[in-house]
Design a protein around this ligand. Structure first.
Ligand code: ARG
Length: 590
């Protein structure tokens, strides 16, 4: 199905052409004065310059041709040359009836299905998931789901941080605590135990302890660096420990992501890219892309047009150690080889922008990726506390993601219990579902690059621009539909779509629902889940207004009533689809 705005645009464009003007002036936008009209065209104002005519004259000529067009109820030229458009009720009803019947509400399949790798989550093994990882998971998951819905082949990769000093630190700390462990016996040749010598909570205590200790003790830090080196060069005992660290962490991470309704197609790791490093370095050297600078191997990525200096991308340090950039570049090589993606999108803290800029430039300049492969850095801002500073626990520590999720559920639970009687178990279950919507919507409704304030009271409110409000609306529609089912009798008529609107609030709701495919495609093009949040908020508001102004269950005109039922069913289906794309769901009641 064509987007409604496209249908309008083709009528307007045709009228411009018939009146002797270029087709490009037939552009149409949503009205910025919804009190006056629904859509508008400002093309006459732009055409006036080229044709040296008063814009209102051009607008009048175009409007004259469209006055009798069945698509419009009213189309008017307004000084100085705007064209205001109000759709006919019949056209709108027909459009919605088609939308109800169509698969995916009429969203057309893409002309070319793209393969897009989306790099998100980015946790580091042995470090607990904290709120810093929350945004990547929430935004990345939603962007992936948008792409999937649109019809692309989306591959989500968690890109686990399992490479580098953190590993050496854990090994060193374990050695300090338990030197007798078999992993540290270099002469040991047997099989290592299958059971890890630590639990996840021990692991999560070990890493910060080691990290803190290494900051105070140079020799300890040196030892950790050496341990990292030995690990990376395959010392058996260290590799066995590293496997334990990985398994224990991954199990725990999966549990946490599941709670967030986030899942990955791929559980690849930074270490998976290491086998590509040697060839890559060789290639970059022999083609003259990489050069030595103060002992380090670097690629110059500065460009003429730079207004700010972009330092070279460092691939090997003077001691031969690889860096974060080396891993990311090698990962690109691996991804190109395994998936031949049309695009790779990274959902990472915006403070890593320079790093990705260097990596992308290197990849393009050295032809590691073709010019037509799109590399996108989607940097997100920080989640702040009410004090405007990065979100912390009350005592200033890093807040674990699990605790945060629990806090939000608890807040919702309180709200549910203060409003009505409900079994504790059911209330808890609902609180988890609604809590997740509060958390995710609170995050996704902001433009990703912006910092935002995490405000648990506001996010969990059942009113206003919040996840719970959206869910509440869905639950309300479901309950009307259930009630309707109970009252159904023989006099019920069967119509499939909707009939022309009989009130302003009904028209508004119809107009919102007609926008669905336009919104989804926009959200995809712009990597912008917040567009979907804005949209469902508008839909929910339009529905609630319609609901307050019309007695659906008591309506006696059965044709009208059935049409309304079909309309609100569409509203519910669209809302449900959208929240699924955002990564949460609605409970049966709340
Ligand atoms: N593990 C990294 C961190 O915690 C994020 C990884 C982002 N993705 C990437 N390809 N570098 O900062």
């Amino acid at each position: 199905m064509k987007k409604i705005i496209e249908l309008i645009k083709s009528e307007i464009t045709e009228a411009f052409i018939k009146s002797g003007y270029d087709e490009k002036y037939g552009m149409v936008t949503l009205s910025n004065r919804p009190d006056l009209c629904q859509y508008q065209c400002n093309g006459a104002l732009a055409a006036a310059k080229e044709y040296k005519k008063a814009p209102i004259m051009i607008a009048n000529e175009v409007v004259e041709l469209l006055k009798t067009n069945a698509m419009f109820q009213d189309i008017t030229a307004i000084m100085p040359g705007f064209i205001n458009i109000i759709l006919s009720k019949e056209f709108l009803a027909e459009y919605l009836s088609d939308e109800i019947k169509a698969e995916k509400f009429g969203l057309e399949a893409p002309e070319k299905v793209k393969t897009i790798v989306i790099d998100y989550g980015g946790p580091n093994v042995a470090k607990p998931l904290h709120v810093g990882h929350l945004r990547s998971a929430i935004i990345g998951e939603s962007i992936k789901r948008i792409g999937k819905y649109v019809g692309h082949n989306m591959i989500g990769d968690v890109h686990l941080g399992d490479w580098g000093l953190q590993m050496g630190l854990i090994i060193t700390e374990l050695k300090k605590r338990q030197p007798e462990l078999v992993y540290f016996d270099e002469s040991f040749e047997g099989e290592y135990p299958v059971e890890a010598p630590f639990t996840i909570s021990e692991l999560e205590e070990i890493y910060p302890a080691a990290n803190a200790y290494s900051k105070e003790h140079e020799d300890y830090k040196e030892e950790a660096k050496m341990a990292t080196f030995y690990l990376q060069n395959g010392r058996r005992g260290y590799v066995a420990l590293w496997n334990h660290i990985l398994n224990v962490s991954v199990n725990d991470l999966k549990k946490n992501y599941e709670k967030l309704n986030v899942s990955f197609e791929l559980w690849k790791k930074e270490s998976d890219a290491q086998p590509y490093v040697a060839d890559m370095v060789e290639y970059l050297k022999s083609n003259g892309f990489a050069k030595l600078s103060e002992g380090a191997l670097v690629v110059d990525v500065s460009e003429e047009s730079d207004t700010k200096e972009i330092p070279p991308c460092i691939l090997l340090k003077s001691d031969g150690a690889t860096l974060y950039s080396t891993t990311d570049l090698a990962t690109i090589i691996e991804r190109m080889k395994l998936f031949k993606p049309d695009a790779i999108t990274y959902v990472v803290d915006k403070r890593q922008e320079l790093h990705f800029n260097q990596v992308f430039r290197t990849a393009k300049k050295t032809k590691i990726v073709d010019d037509n492969v799109k590399l996108t850095f989607l940097g997100f801002g920080t989640m702040n506390g009410k004090d405007g500073k990065p979100f912390k626990t009350r005592d200033g520590g890093v807040l674990r993601l699990e605790t945060l999720i629990q806090n939000v559920s608890d807040a919702v639970y309180e709200k549910i219990m203060s409003n009505r009687e409900m079994e504790e178990a059911e209330a808890k279950e609902i609180a988890n579902i609604v809590g997740l919507s509060a958390l995710k919507y609170g995050d996704l409704s902001n433009q990703a690059p912006k910092d935002y304030v995490f405000d648990i009271d506001r996010f969990t409110s059942f009113e206003g621009d919040t996840g719970p409000y959206i869910l509440y609306t869905i639950v309300r529609i479901k309950s009307i539909l259930n009630k309707y089912q109970e009252t159904i009798s023989n006099e019920t008529v069967n119509i499939e779509g909707v009939i022309p609107s009989s009130s302003e609030s009904e028209t508004s709701l119809m107009l919102e629902l007609a926008k669905f495919n336009d919104i989804i495609l926009n959200a995809f093009d712009e990597n912008a889940p917040h567009r979907i949040c804005q949209y469902i908020y508008d839909v929910a508001n339009a529905f609630n207004k319609f609901y307050h102004e019309n007695k659906i269950i008591a309506e006696e005109d059965k044709v009208k009533q059935t049409s309304w039922i079909n309309l609100i069913t569409l509203a519910k289906d669209i809302l449900n689809t959208c929240i699924d794309i955002l990564g949460f769901e609605a409970p049966e009641r709340m």
